[in-house]
Design a protein around this ligand. Structure first.
Ligand code: ASP
Ligand code: MG
Length: 438
């Protein structure tokens, strides 16, 4: 049965990191083994900066573009040189060809729609990283076949957030990967349309890619290799007594991701759940450490409360102008505008004469929404807020967490409590009440 490994940017950030992942693959003898890889380190961010430079006034001739481009090229050649310098196995020419293609794509798309330009260029991060990793593995004696995910993961042309064409993807992946006795190495995050144009699945989408491959091949397991030993019940940088979760269900992991925990891409769990494929999150630095396992078992979900912070939140209170009720047609109207603006409400509250929403502060989307609402309603706006969400809070926990802080809004159901605070009232490091750090 197939296993799917996913390596994110941090696990291949430089030559040393790539060397370190070799034994993890080597020790896994069973085939098929599909390895899904992201772009190296922060390459995707750098490609986004390159894109911005290409679309700025100086375009692909401008200094900024040329500098960004050269830096990216140098980074990749440096890693290749460190890994395979002097070896005939080093795909230096292939890397140059990919950079030539990247440059040509920028020239071709710079005056066209942004989202399409984005996908035709940002996909090169993964194309480059996988070219290097495949060459390294083969050089190291691990028979590896490089696959172009643009030809396997079929999507529509909704650029930057492409939707899967599952039947075509299933056929492609089964046909090409089912019987491989070599490691099948491919790119996360990217796909392609029927017409052969590149698409992307949304930032951090490589987890989702791994789930797509696993689903199509009815894999035994997906392993996401990370720089942490597993999933934590809170961001350890913000909660000083955060602990690792040993086992949670697909549903719980989806809730955590939905509420803003930067755990795994929220679309990842669905395709795995459908085929009951467990997902293990392990550390590539300490592979023997206890991992986190995500599967269908719900028994352990409430064992440990989880805390999630969403910062830079905005609270909008919308009231009818004519002292009328905030009835369903009005709520429908407001939510319709929200959908149109491409925004998601992190918390909603309503009353007889008000409808209030907590939103991420994305000015390019939020400002037009506020303007549109102001045309028909009274709108008040509060900025610089932090939304705290707790899954499975224990008795009294929310009150302790909220002590000395005014809550602008609160919401609570059987499994989840949320409070919205002024960020200025929040500590830099939180402590989860009643929980011992290990
Ligand atoms: N390289 C892409 C990103 O940084 C996809 C991923 O890492 O999952 O967003
Ligand atoms: Mg990444």
């Amino acid at each position: 049965m197939t296993t799917v490994f996913k390596f994110g940017g941090a696990s291949i950030k430089d030559a040393d990191a790539i060397r370190h992942l070799t034994p993890l693959i080597e020790q896994h003898g069973d085939r098929p083994l599909v390895v899904v890889v992201s772009a190296m380190g922060k390459t995707t961010n750098k490609l986004e900066a390159l894109l911005a430079a290409a679309r700025s006034e100086g375009g692909t001739q401008g200094d900024e573009y040329r500098q960004c481009f050269k830096a990216l090229q140098a980074d990749h050649h440096e890693v290749l040189e460190a890994l395979l310098g002097g070896s005939p196995d080093a795909p230096s020419e292939r890397i140059d060809v990919l950079f030539e293609e990247l440059d040509a794509q920028h020239r071709k798309h710079r005056d066209g729609p942004h989202a399409k330009h984005y996908d035709q260029t940002v996909c090169y991060g993964e194309l480059l990283s996988t070219t290097i990793v495949a060459a390294w593995l083969n050089h190291h004696g691990i028979a590896t076949e490089w696959h172009d995910a643009r030809k396997l993961v079929r999507t529509d042309a909704c650029h930057q957030a492409a939707n899967l064409d599952w039947p075509a993807t299933l056929d492609n992946i089964r046909e090409r990967l089912s019987h491989s006795d070599r490691v099948a190495l491919t790119q996360g995050f990217i796909g392609g349309t029927e017409q052969g144009e590149a698409t992307t699945l949304g930032r951090e989408g490589s987890d989702f890619s791994a789930a797509i491959f696993a689903h199509c091949l009815e894999a035994r397991e997906v392993v996401i290799w990370k720089d942490v030993t597993g999933l934590f019940n809170a961001d350890p940088r913000r909660f000083d007594n955060a602990v690792q979760l040993e086992r949670i269900s697909y549903a719980e992991a989806t809730e955590l991701a939905w509420h803003g925990a930067k755990v795994i891409h929220p679309k990842t769990l669905g395709p795995l759940q459908e085929k009951s494929i467990p997902l293990t999150v392990r550390s590539f630095e300490t592979p023997d450490a206890e991992p986190t396992v995500i599967d269908a078992e719900r028994r352990f979900d409430a064992e440990v409360p989880s805390c999630i912070l969403r910062e830079d939140q905005v609270w909008l209170e919308v009231r009818p102008r004519d002292f009328a009720f905030m009835d369903e047609p009005r709520q429908h109207d407001i939510l319709g505008r929200l959908v149109e603006a491409g925004l998601h409400a992190n918390l909603v509250d309503s009353g007889a004469m008000r409808f209030a929403l907590c939103l991420d502060n994305k000015p390019e989307r939020l400002d037009p929404l506020v303007e549109s609402l102001q045309a028909d309603y009274e709108v008040s706006r509060e900025d610089d807020l932090t939304l705290l969400t707790v899954r499975h809070p224990r008795q009294g926990m929310m009150d302790t967490l909220g002590e000395g802080r005014e809550a602008l809004a609160e919401r609570r159901n059987a499994t989840t409590s949320q409070r919205l605070f002024h960020s200025r009232d929040c500590p830099t490091t939180w402590r989860i009440p009643g929980l011992q750090a290990e």
